[in-house]
Design a protein around this ligand. Structure first.
Ligand SMILES: Cc1cc2nc3c(=O)[nH]c(=O)nc-3n(C[C@H](O)[C@H](O)[C@H](O)COP(=O)(O)O)c2cc1C
Length: 331
């Protein structure tokens, strides 16, 4: 059997099934894209670095997993400071995909993850300047320890080249995904922007090209103004909006994508509580990820796990799988 395809008794969506992991929160266990997650709560790309920075503040191994900061073939210095600014609805960032490059990630970041995480799953977020870069990174990291799959970032709004255009053009997207897919045996998720004209159609293109899962959403382009200087508040100029204001945007994108494809969806955007996470699950996500909220309070993801357990108990839900895709809505 193709290790990426799971046939679960309950799994009507390709690649998603309930798992009896035997762990304390086994009612939260889920299998997606052939990977076993002890619970559906992940840390979102770019907000947990490569895990090591959080070792003293978060029990990473209690989470479903983490998505690393973007990795490119060569090191990237990223955007000039300031890189983040806050507003009442969340924050805006232009980090510019700063990262040490795939060789350093393979030689020093992934070994740390391999030796410190037993149960949490790791997806490596991948980015590139040109279409070839995605397959280059995936091939370079494929046989490394410390990771379980990849997430292709074809939706970053705050870089000069190699950002959203990879996800916006169907031919380029097909090319990026199919080349990355061929470069690894591990599952490949594709992360999409909420600004796409037809996100469901784009997700279908990615799945037809070999994606094992879809992540929605990345940040939305935005601009904040420094009134004293009359210049943009961020060094790069514009940036990506994240945080609470993204919640309904991400839930709608999740619902649209989950109806269109039969692979697992990772729902991300604006989650701060178990109830927010449940909105994504009901809309069709198999997994959820927290970014901005966990940058503000690194322990919030653990609280979301506990909140999901409590909610399941209170609602006599024996497996979190029972709530996935149960939204009652026919528009
Ligand atoms: C500071 C920062 C850095 C980010 N870096 C990445 C990245 O490297 N790759 C990526 O795919 N998304 C990146 N994102 C987007 C997040 O993974 C997530 O999709 C987005 O922030 C929405 O979730 P949130 O509202 O929970 O933050 C970044 C977000 C922030 C705030």
């Amino acid at each position: 059997m193709d290790p990426r395809t799971v046939s679960g008794r309950l799994g009507e969506r390709r690649g998603t099934a309930a798992v009896n992991a035997g762990s304390p929160n086994s009612r939260l266990a889920i299998e997606a894209a052939g990977l076993r997650f002890q619970n559906p709560v992940l840390l979102a790309a770019g907000t947990a670095a490569y895990g090591r920075e959080l070792r003293d503040v978060v029990e990473l191994d209690r989470l479903g997993g983490l998505v690393t900061k973007a990795v490119s073939p060569r090191p990237r210095v990223g955007a000039p400071a300031p890189r983040v600014a806050e507003f009442s609805g969340g924050m805006i960032n232009a980090v510019g995909l700063a990262n040490p490059g795939m060789a350093v990630v393979r030689d020093s970041e992934l070994p740390w993850l391999a030796s410190h995480l037993e149960r949490a799953r790791v997806l490596v977020n991948v980015v590139g300047d040109v279409a070839d870069d995605f397959a280059t990174v995936v091939a370079h990291l494929d046989d490394a320890e410390g990771l379980h799959g990849f997430e292709l970032n074809v939706s970053c709004p705050n870089v000069k080249a190699g950002g959203m255009e990879f996800g916006a053009d169907p031919d380029t997207l097909r090319d990026v995904v199919s080349r990355a897919r061929k470069a690894t045996r591990r599952p490949v998720f594709v992360k999409l922007s909420p600004t796409l004209v037809d996100i469901a159609r784009t997700a279908s293109v990615a799945v037809d090209a070999g994606a094992d899962g879809i992540t929605v959403v990345n940040t939305i382009p935005g601009l904040m103004v420094d009134l004293e200087t009359r210049r943009p508040a961020l060094g790069f100029g514009s940036g990506g909006v994240s945080g609470v204001s993204l919640l309904p945007v991400g839930v709608l994108a999740t619902w649209r994508v989950a109806r269109a494809v039969r692979v697992p969806v990772i729902g991300v955007g604006g989650i701060t509580s178990a109830e927010d996470a449940l909105q994504y699950l009901v809309a069709g996500a198999s997994l959820v990820a927290l970014g901005t909220a966990s940058m503000r309070d690194p322990r919030v993801a653990e609280r979301v796990v506990h909140g999901l357990e409590r909610w399941c108990e209170q609602h006599a839900v024996h497996s979190i799988r029972e709530v996935i895709g149960t939204l009652e809505w026919t528009p």
